[in-house]
Each structure stands twice: as structure tokens, then as C-alpha cells.
Design a protein around this ligand. Sequence first.
Ligand SMILES: Nc1ncnc2c1ncn2[C@@H]1O[C@H](COP(=O)(O)OP(=O)(O)OP(=O)(O)O)[C@@H](O)[C@H]1O
Length: 747
Amino acid sequence: MESRQTPRQTPRQKKSSGSGLAKTAASSPSSTTTSSSRQAPDAVATDCQSSPASSSAWSRPQRFVPDNAAMDAERPMENITVTVRFRPLSPREIRHGDEIAWYADGDTIVRNEHNPSVAYAYDRVFGPTTTTRHVYDVAAQHVVSSAMEGVNGTIFAYGVTSSGKTHTMHGDQRSPGIIPLAVKDAFSIIQETPSREFLLRVSYLEIYNEVVNDLLNPAGQNLRIREDLQGTFVEGIKEEVVLSPAHALSLIAAGEEHRHVGSNNFNLLSSRSHTIFTLNLIDLAGSESSKAETTGIRRKEGSYINKSLLTLGTVIAKLTEGKATHIPYRDSKLTRLLQYSLSGQGRVSLICTVTPSSSNSEETHNTLKFAHRAKCIEIQASQNIIIDEKSLIKKYQNEIRSLKEELEKLKQGMLTVTPFKDGGEDDIVLLKQKLEDGHVKLQSRLEQEEEAKAALLSRIQRLTKLILVSTKATQSRFSQRPGPRRRHSFGEEESDDLFNNLAYLPYRRRDMILDDEDIDSADGSSKEEKKSRKHGLLNWFKLRRQQCGNTGMARWDKSSGSKSFTSPLTPQSESVSAPIEAATLNSLVADTAPAYQSPEVQHECTDNSENYSIQDKPLTSMKSTDHAELLREQVKILSGEVALHSSVLKRLSDELANSPMKEHIQMEITKVSNEIKVKSGQIASLESQLSKSSYGELLEQLNEKTFELEVKTADNRVIQEQLNQSPTGQCDNILTTYFIRFTNARG
Ligand SMILES: Nc1ncnc2c1ncn2[C@@H]1O[C@H](COP(=O)(O)OP(=O)(O)OP(=O)(O)O)[C@@H](O)[C@H]1O
């Protein structure tokens, strides 16, 4: 699969429109808000502000033709969506007698309590009781849906330490953050889009002390940032294909384990690094005031955190100045990686998290000014395109058809040819010879093309296993077809099964999250609770384990009419539904209509690891490379689960020493240990199957590599031909690429 992006566009700035509520018009971003503070009480700093929520940033993206300068002018300019989220006063702030210094005045204005003339307007302001679900719906959902249409998107949280970035981006069990909500949404969009196919890959990195580390691969340390025609990228970063929301979230949870976290004066578990989760999704650390730095290490981290943020501030200031010729993206790793989002590519949503407290009034004011400046950046979102390999199939099919026609004509010619009346015997022999030669030549070309077509089809079949499709699209297409069904087709025939799985049912089951989210509270929690919140995602998986347990979750297999057991986290059976209490979920399961489960992913989830195998039947008709690929996928997912369980085990062991509920924790430990044992057994069993299928696989790989080379050459030729021939410069069979980044910025 190839992706092509529009060439880089120059950053664009919107001239102060003076629209909205504003009167302010200072040209320098830093003075903009200062001057606003001199306004009458009702005046609000809104220059560069497009009308909130209803602005163009909310409209669905149009399909624009890339690489076409003439069309550039027609693309609507959009501002970054800028929102501000207040958290409640923390118990610590209340204990210290802090008062409210800043507050949400309606849906779009933040006002200073002591000086009401100081006020700023944004696209939306969320008060301290707003749920993360609501923040997601307003500030992130449009970026996610655009990303699913091929428009790059970046959502980042920015705010001082302990202002609520992690709470907003990752969330916890009761209140899932933007990242898990976006992942779920991405998968439900796939489910709702029968006409398209998706390949989702994720990577997760941290920028710690200006060093880029791969959170999905502990060996990937100090990675280099490189540039190519498609933009900046991190060299050697691991990209995992994800097959389900839970699969994506298990990768984040495993990645979080490798992340740098430490205590400062304000936050027991403060993120010490910026992180970027790319769904082919970014969490930034909080800006440090010296008040927060407790040790030398923290000071060093703080200076690096601030370096990135200082550069981010400078970049944003320069972008909004309009006249700047040099934008210092290269001055920090963070701005380098965000360059394309900031310079106008794709949709951007900036969520600024703030505390209302008087003790942080100055820091909050700085964040508000930063957010206000950012609103002045304009973006021009453009769509990326991917050429589907099926266009190659189309080409082959056309060629084969015309060759067949040619051949047919020739054959007919041979049969109907009548000897020339006056021609000699020699003429007839010559003519026959010519026809036979032509026939042999065409036959051999046809055979070659047929072989190439078969190889291409088999490659497409293998790739198809990684492609996620809506069940709505596939049921009719595949039910009539013999052979294995698409193994990774998302939510295949899940409609009845949706009640089992919140991940696939964001709309119908959201009410359940919302009920829980209403508990979204100020920070009144103990150290352990805080820890478990920070490990919110891990807890999700803990709950998943409770749902499925050692005995697995019963499902009905429609095809066989028998009950099967599914592994809790493996594709198809997974869910990110942990916000629902296990008991609630189990009762839902009991009420559920029978659900079909794709046989290719159906595996036994019993305590007996020897029994663990991917069902043989569908696999016997698969090539050994397919089989091995499938086994490897399963090993990868199971290894992720083992890593996850191990981290839960570690946390439980830590908790055991201090907790009064020793017996309960001990039981949990035993349960988790057993699961690790079972899964390790399953991995061993899969690995032994893997080694058996290695030889055949090698041979096939050899063939495949040879063929890949041919396909690539042909692919380039076809793309070029299509581009040359298309009057719009557009290729047919456009698929979108998904590049949702989530930034959780320290401000
Ligand atoms: N909107 C909110 N509602 C309730 N509690 C919140 C909210 N936002 C943050 N909190 C609580 O405030 C505390 C600090 O939040 P969080 O860890 O998300 O801050 P942070 O900005 O990520 O900090 P750091 O930059 O140091 O990592 C946490 O205990 C969190 O649960």
C-alpha cells in the first residue's frame, strides 16, 4: 500500500478579523491579551477567533484534490479548535485555602475572578464538572472522524503540571480519556463505513529530556527524527498493526509501563516526558515552574520539558505573527514532530487544561494566553490518499480480458479461415504457421499474466487479513465465497454481539459510561487511588480479565450452534468496556443474542494450554505464510497480554505490603499469576506450531519477495499512469490514511 501526501504547504496566518465579541487588536501575540486586560468588563479577547463550535473546523471535510495548486484556493481555511478545560480545586488546594481565581463564564469565556475585565474567549470552555465524554464530543470527535477520511489530525492537551492533562487524555476506568474514546470511535467508524477498508497501525513514543524513546519497544532508545517528502518521522519506530480497540489500548498500557513518571510537589505521579501516540495518536508532559521541582533530576527534566514547550510557544507566536520567515521547528523534538500539524497540515484540536486555583493563577494565565495565541494559527486540512492495490488487480484483469479477447479472435480466425482460392499451398501453410505462432505467444503471455494475477490475489488475501472492514460490507460479499473468511474483519457479524462489547457500541452503551462519568470528581483520592488512576488503562484490562476470567467468556457460535470460549484480549473478543462493572457486563452477556464469531480467530480459552490452538479447519486451506502470520499475530497479542498481566501483578504486589485488604489482593495475585501461566503456555504452544510451519514459510517468503518486487515496480507504473491519465490528477481507488496524533502537553 502506498500513501501520497500533498506537498508541504507554507504556514498560513489569519489576519485579525476582529470578529466575535472582541475589541482587541494588538498585533503582537504577547500583547494581545495584555491589552485585553484593559478592556471593559464585558470585552473579551477574541481576535483571530472564529465563531465557536459552529466554525468551519466542525464541518465535515471535503474531498480535495491533492497536488493541485489551483484547488488550494478553494480549500476552506480553518482555525485550530481551541478549548479550555477546568478541573475542580484539588483537596490539596482546598487544604491550603486556595480560592477560585479563574472561572468559566458561560460556554466560551474564561474570566478572572478578581479582575473581571480580564477575559478570553475560546471555541469552548468546559467547567470543572464537565465529563471527559463531553470534552471528547466537542473537542476531539471531529478530528477523529476527519482522520478516518484521510485528513491528518492532532489532538493535544496542554497545561501546567497537575492541571489534568493525563486525566483528559488517558482518563481512568470510570472516566475514559480522549485516547481510549478516540480509539473506540475509530473502530466504530470502521463498523459504520461498509464502503471502505482500513488498515490501522499505532506507534507510541516519549520525548524524555529531548531524547525520543519507543514506548512499544524498550530497545528503541534515542531514536532519530528524519524527514522525507511526506514529512517528519521517527526512524526505526515500531508500528503495530491493530485489530481491535482493546488491542490498541493494550499497546498503550504496555507502553505506559516504560514511560518516565515521577513525583513533584504538585503531582505524585507526574508525567516526566511528552508522549506521542500515533494511530497511523500525542501526551505531553506539564510545564514546570521551579515551584514544582524537588530534586536535581526533576529540575533537569523540567528544563527539558520547558525547552520543548518554550519552543512550542515560540513556534506558535511566530506562526501567528504572519511576517516571520523562520519558524524554529527544529529547536525541539516536540515541535519537529508536530511541525506538519502546526504548519497547516491536517486538523488540530488544542485542549488547554487549567486549575481554577489562586495559587496557580499566574500559570493558568500563561496557559490562557498560549491558547489564545494558538487560535490565530490557521490550518488548511488536506486529504492523504492511498492507492489501493486493487487498482493493480483491475489493471491485470483488464489486460487478461483483452488478451483473452485477442486469443479468442485468433482462434476463430484459425477456424474460419478459408484457403485463398487462387493462393498456393505455400500461402496457406505460411498463414497457418503465423496463426499458430501468434497463438503460442499469446498463450504464454496469458499464462504469465494469470500467474501474476494469482500471486497478486494471494498477496491481497494476506493483506486483507490485516484490513479492517465493516461487517455491513462483508456479509454479503463473503458469505457466498468459499474459503476462509477475513480473519481480522472488525466486528464481523457483531451486531448481536454488540451488547457484549462496548467497544463496538459507542453510541448505544455510552449512556453507561456517562453514568459513571458523572462521578468525575475533584482529586480527593488516596495515593493508591491516584496510582490506579494513572494506570487507568491497566485497570481496564484488569476488568477485562474479570469479565472473561480464567474460564473465558461464553459466546454462541452461530455457525456451529455450539458455545465457545474466547480469550479476553485477543482480537474479536476484546473490548474496552471496562468502565462497566464486571457484574453489569456479565448480566449483559447473559441477555445477549447469539453472536457469530469468525472461525479464524476463534480459539479455545481453557486452563489447559495444550488445548490452545487456532482452529485448524479454516487454516488448513491457508498458505503456510498465512498460517505463520496468524500464529505470530496471536503470539504478539498474547505477549502483550502477558506484559499487561505482569504489570498488574507488579502493582498488586506493591499494594499488598500497604493494603489492609491483603486476602483480597492475594486472591487477585493468584488469579493473575494463573493467567500469566495459561497465556505463557498458549504462547509456547503457538511457538511450537510456528516452528513447524517455518520451512514452508521460507519457501513461500522467497516467492513472495520476488513477486513483491514485481508488484512494486508495476505499482509505481500504474500509479504514474493513473495520475497522468486522470484529468483531476486523482487516482481511482482512493483509501485514506489514518494519522490521529494525541498530544498531552506540559504547558
Ligand atoms: N477534570 C477533572 N475532574 C476531576 N479530577 C481531575 C480532573 N482533572 C484532573 N483531575 C485530577 O487531578 C490530578 C492531577 O491530574 P493529572 O495527573 O491529569 O495532571 P497532569 O496535567 O497530567 O500532570 P503532569 O503534567 O504532572 O503529569 C489527578 O488526581 C486527576 O485525577
